[in-house]
Write a protein that binds this ligand. Sequence first.
Ligand code: GOI
Length: 495
Amino acid sequence: MNLNTVFFLLITLRLALAEPTNKKFPENFLFGTATASYQVEGGWNEDGKGENIWDYFTHTYPDRIANQANGDIACNSYHKYLEDIEMLKDLGVHFYRFSLSWSRILPEGHIEKINQVGVDYYKNLIKALKENGIEPYVTLYHWDLPQPLQEKGGWPNTDLMVDLFADYARLAFTLFGDQVKYWMTFNEAKQTCQLGYGYGVFAPGIQSNGIDSYKCAHTVIKSHAKAYHIYDEEFRKTQNGRVSMVIDSDWFEPASDSDKDIEAAERKIQFTFGWYANPIYHPDGNYPQVMIDRIAERSKKEGFEKSRLPEFTSDEIDYIKGTFDFLSLNTYTTSMVKWIDDYPIGNVGYDNDISVVAYQDPSWNSSASSWLKVVPWGTRKLINWVDKTYNHPEIVITENGFSDYGELDDEGRILYYQNYLSNILEAIKEDGINVTGYTAWSLMDNFEWLNGYTEKFGLYQVDFDDENRTRTPKKSADFYKKVVATKCLVNQCED
Ligand code: GOI
């Protein structure tokens, strides 16, 4: 054996050993899993809880939900939260992301009437989590607005909602802030505003595409900022926690490397992610310029007196920008984007304001959800885009997951997590991006909005035909448990 051969062997050995190391997350990286109040709690009218827009929507328009399902009982976590905590303990997760049901705490939406039993439910849940070493990550609003507030106009009513949300947020910080150190004000406001007040397919079912949906977003962004400032001024010193707003986005890949397709993909992500992120996370604040310009121009041609996109004053821009302690990102999939000529003036709406074509490649692997194709590389690109566009914030992935029909042997979900996590790890290690946490959606099968109980995202199966709502770990639960325990994506990582 000559010296070259020895070197060759040594280098091969070194590479073989080094390879697994690259599959290890940083020591301080945190793993968790998530649910949301309406999707799991049930107990919809128990112990003084008020009605919210999803109670009202599912009861009033049962045909809009697959199999006329609703969240009246859901996973019955209102009564079974201790069992949920056993599952979390078994997974070994560092944190549990859940949301507060606003109307369980404030049945009429305002702070003049507090439902103590509802408050106690969350106090007990939080206490039990802490006793088991699981950090609560609390979302204030995951889509379940108190119905009485909707009857006064809901989110498009900016003057009403900003102060009401601020009151609710202050109350939550006061009640739970000694124990809760991670707060998320809103989950995926784009779904609230565009599906709820634009297309009208989600509760409350208002169809005012490109008008109320923009007003809704305006209110949500202002509400978030006010809640953040309240935390900053009244609680941060004593409670020392962190506040963020969850924004969701697909990755949008240009359909070709033509300048036009690249411009179209950028416009699409600015209208999707930038709509909410720019005012808060961009150093200059305000809506993306491309939204301001295009919506103003189209509004004028449509005969509106002013732009359908509400304006922030310069004081408001300053007040809103920078209201975050980290950036929380939900992401599931990718779409391709193609440039087209602008849609002619006529139909008023968000998609016309964007005027691009988005589609998914039929060759991509499917899930049980029509919108969710498995595209792991898209997530790495999205993380890079977010990092670059918003000046390198700390990023926490607050949701990511895969749907099937509920089988225990859920290889598809394992493959999804394996490959998405691998791309997130590459974003950290190879691209040098500061991603500090990952959240698997979801802890258990639950009420999947319009699709009822037909599409399942859980690490645990829930038997919805059984009064006990029996929970059973899927194969993916074992997989995730191992990842959480080792912070490693292969059989063994170097230390
Ligand atoms: C999270 O949202 C959310 O936070 C969790 O609560 C949730 O459980 C989890 O995701 C899993 O979903 C193809 C008009 C089919 C009507 C394309 C326009 C259906 C209906 C696109 C536009 C899309 C993750 C439903 C983000 C809601 C699924 C947001 C992904 C319904 C569509 C549409 C489409 C449309 N979205 N969600 N939808």
